[in-house]
Design a protein around this ligand. Sequence first.
Ligand code: TPP
Ligand code: MG
Length: 352
Amino acid sequence: MLVSAGTCWMRLELQRTVAMTNTDGNGVHAGALDGLKLFEMLRRMLRIRLFEERVYRMIYDGQVPAGGHLAIGQEAEIVGACMAVRDDDYMTGNHRSHGHPIGKGARLAPLMAELLGKRTGVCRGKGGSMHLADFSCGSVGESGIVGSLMPVAVGAALSARLRGTDQVCLCFFGDGAANCGPFHESLNLAAVWRVPVVFLCENNGYAMFTAQAQTTSVVDIAQRASAYNMPGVVVDGQDVLAVHAAVSEAVQHARAGRGPSLVEAKTYRYKGHSDSYGDVEPVYRPENEIRWWEARDPIEIFSTRLLEARRASQENLDALRAEVQAEVEGAVTFALQSPTPEPHELFEDLLV
Ligand SMILES: Cc1ncc(C[n+]2csc(CCOP(=O)(O)OP(=O)(O)O)c2C)c(N)n1
Ligand SMILES: [Mg+2]
């Protein structure tokens, strides 16, 4: 009963959001982005999707020691946001953030090796799925403690300002995190100090097995921005261009020294909360809800738009998918063949 109330609410919300933020007739913001960037957006979304699907299979084969939380279905909000910032800008994630460094341009092989706990991983195998950082693309860190990277994002942005650079920090967090203390503390301090952070709420409608409507005082989490005197905007998280446009505006605001913004992307995860090996989840989402969201698949939507706007041919799309598939398989081979760390390495790279 409660779940179906949540379902109905989510559909209405998404329909309202789509109406508010839809792109132009072809679904492509004419002139805003060149063909190469559009194609790169699709490439990164495909990288995330195929990487995560491969990780999913490897989890159930027992090859990923700690399991993982997958973001399949959320690719558009990740890539739309990450491609609205520069390579030298910072980014923080959460427990569901394999895809976020990929969105920001990370190489797949060291990321896959990290998930397998290998020495060649981005954190030399010590971070794993939930605690990885990839400094090569500005990914400062991720954490299994919900909300805990939000103050870190404020710190990264503050450091940029103190060093006199114009870097910004893109801070990803979930709808569940928006009900935790660090959300409120971080938004407040970021606003008081006017630091250049873009808070990106990935509202996938659930915190573990609980629908947002059952736990949250507001319909749109972006409403909370007004409590902290910053701009707040809701965007269709399945539309990569809409997210890109909203985050670009927030980034411009931050770089101009005008402080933080809150962008809420309405999205959905197709897989369970966690795909840790052996995890059995309760039934908390109706099948028809999952099917409804799958019909709004971000990669399908964007591919169709590129075809309709004649920005790509079907052959281009097929070739891109094959290229990314090969890249993912290359990453798997690299990770499987890489050595595991020696026991003494446990005490290296520690700051005490
Ligand atoms: C401080 C804290 N409380 C509770 C948990 C258990 N937990 C792990 S993920 C999660 C849900 C987070 O939901 P959300 O922020 O919406 O992110 P999503 O998983 O939907 O991407 C919870 C409650 C935790 N890891 N840390
Ligand atoms: Mg959530």
